[in-house]
Design a protein around this ligand. Sequence first.
Ligand code: B16
Ligand code: MG
Length: 221
Amino acid sequence: MKAVIFDLDGIITDTAKYHYIAWKNMAQKIGIEIDEVFNEKLKGISRMGSLELILEQGGKTGVFNATEKDQLATDKNAEYLELLKELSAADILPGIKTLLEQLRAANYGVALASASKNAPQILAALGIEEHFPVIADPAAVKAGKPAPDIFLAAAAQLGAEPTNCIGIEDAEAGVRAIRAAGMKSIAVGTDEAIINSGADIIVAKTELVTIELVEQLFGKQ
Ligand code: B16
Ligand code: MG
């Protein structure tokens, strides 16, 4: 089976802006300032991994114990979920709904490989959960992106060989994960990290990820 494995944040919808608001507010409460440039580093990184990067940024690594860190992450997630209440089908990034429909019509396997523990709720809010028979569970894999685990888990659940899979990502850590999984990669974005990510195909925007592009990449095998 040939399959396409999607990242969520930055590919299907843009939740990065909500993550940013929630992390910024949490960081401020403990005396740390973060900006949008720093926020790029959090893309694709797990919740606790993101918190550690923020603490490091503020010179506060090791200041909080495990219980306190859990509380900080929980508070951030509560605000994030509050911000997500407004999410609807209008927030699906351009071209993605059409791509999902075309992939289904052409019998491609489709799965989600997101670091987000909120992914099932987000897909439901967008009204596209029916397109994702497989949602790899980030809590069930050993290592987060840039390790290949989440993409390999998605392929295994689909019953697809990694070499028959294309991964689509907007984060450098995500592209590294796809490449480490031995899959073909499509990267979306214009920042330097993405341009230099080594992805097989790099496009500027989600609407440029078409079924023709997917077929072209499979044809290269
Ligand atoms: P949650 P992706 C990632 O999603 C986000 O890019 C990253 O910023 C976030 O920290 C991570 O999900 C965990 O999200 O707190 O909802 O579990 O890009 O892998 O779809
Ligand atoms: Mg992403």
